[in-house]
Design a protein around this ligand. Structure first.
Ligand code: DP6
Length: 360
């Protein structure tokens, strides 16, 4: 599908007002998206596990207005009016207007809340933007009742991407690919698709315990972060490596080889941080406690032969990934040895989930 396929023809129905609610999860990338071109096109393909407990719930109320001049929306976060979200949503609406030409015809109220702790440093743009994209798609579906569910899902991911790249991987559950890869048919730079090849049962219900090492504001916004890959001395080789790592993961998902899985996932996390450390300006986003945790992971694996591994986003928090069958011992270890490195001992126990859900 191309961008043009997402520009709608005449709508067959008229809708005066209404209200929809979607709950959308966060996701954790195994092969990282870091670097982008114009129009939110990723510089390399990525893949992520969709999470379950880390979710944003968004209710969109809409009412037809008399004129179609400008966007008209109000934003509420956890019950309170949130003016600081306005520029991001304004920009999002501008980007997607050509694909949702009704946007200026309605007055919107957007009410969102997160399941994860307030300002936990956990990325909320993926769950937030995907939930809003899904709400807007529900309105479009009312205007075009013939729309099929495949188109609905693709376009929701397409729109979410225009809000925040990683958000396009938060619509469907399990493993989601985003970005064209020659050996994974159906992959696109425009939207995420559910990984449709064989996946060994070792990866079923994979666990993700998120350790909140630093709950502060992000040091580097994702916009600036991605931008640092333009003219980065190692960029081209890195983008190529992401393709190679996706090839490796394809074999690993089939065979269930957890040791090989760990090698790819941890290397991806460290490469992401290496890119930030070697850009100009450079950033060091790990904290001493991030390293303490990583060393504990290495020790635990060497001592027990179990398959705990870590991954990181663009921050100091650590995602601990491990198979469900090793949950009991691993979680005990995490609780007794690792929570000391978290801010106020805070962590989130999550696992792979089944994707976004419509609540109303
Ligand atoms: C490090 O999706 O937040 O989490 O497209 O600018 O909104 P924007 O970026 P964003 O970048 C996420 C980067 C990452 C890696 C990943 O999730 O793949």
């Amino acid at each position: 599908m191309t961008e043009k396929d997402f520009i709608p023809k005449e709508y067959s129905a008229e809708i005066e007002e209404g209200k929809v609610t979607w709950q959308s999860p966060s996701n954790i990338a195994l092969v990282k998206y870091w670097g982008k071109k114009e129009n939110q096109v990723p510089a390399n393909p990525s893949i992520s596990f969709t999470l379950d407990s880390c979710r944003t719930t968004t209710t969109l109320s809409f009412q037809k207005k008399e004129n179609a001049e400008g966007f008209d929306f109000e934003l509420f976060f956890e019950g309170e009016k949130k003016e600081s979200f306005r520029p991001k949503i304004q920009k999002f609406f501008e980007r997607i207007e050509v694909y949702l030409p009704f946007l200026k015809e309605y007055r919107f109220k957007v009410e969102t809340s997160n399941s994860f702790p307030h300002s936990s440093g956990i990325a909320s743009s993926a769950s937030g933007m995907s939930a809003l994209a899904l709400c807007l798609m529900s309105l479009e579906k009312q205007l075009d009742p013939e729309m099929n569910s495949e188109y609905f899902t693709r376009k929701a991911s397409f729109l979410a991407r225009l809000g925040s790249g990683s958000a396009c991987r938060s619509i469907e559950g399990g493993l989601v690919n985003w970005g064209e890869h020659q050996n994974i048919p159906g992959t696109s730079d425009l939207y995420g698709i559910k990984y449709s090849h064989e996946v060994h049962e070792n990866f079923r219900n994979y666990q993700d315990t998120i350790l909140l090492v630093d709950k502060g504001e992000k040091q580097v916004s994702s916009t600036l972060g991605h931008d640092l890959m333009n003219g980065h001395p190692y960029a081209e080789r890195r983008f190529q490596q992401a393709h190679e790592n996706l090839d490796l993961l394809k074999g690993i998902f089939e065979s269930g080889d957890l040791s090989e899985f760990i090698k790819v996932v941890e290397s991806e996390a460290l490469t992401l941080h290496a890119m930030m450390m070697t850009s100009q300006p450079y950033f060091l986003l790990m904290k001493p406690n991030t390293l303490e945790i990583i060393n504990k992971v290495f020790d635990f694996r060497a001592r027990t032969g179990m398959h705990l591994c870590f991954t990181l986003d663009a921050g100091a928090n650590v995602h601990l990934l491990y198979p469900e069958k090793e949950k009991k011992e691993t979680l005990e270890f995490i609780k007794s040895e690792m929570l000391q490195f978290c801010e106020n001992g805070q962590y989130i126990a999550d696992n792979v989930g089944s994707g976004a859900k419509q609540l109303a």
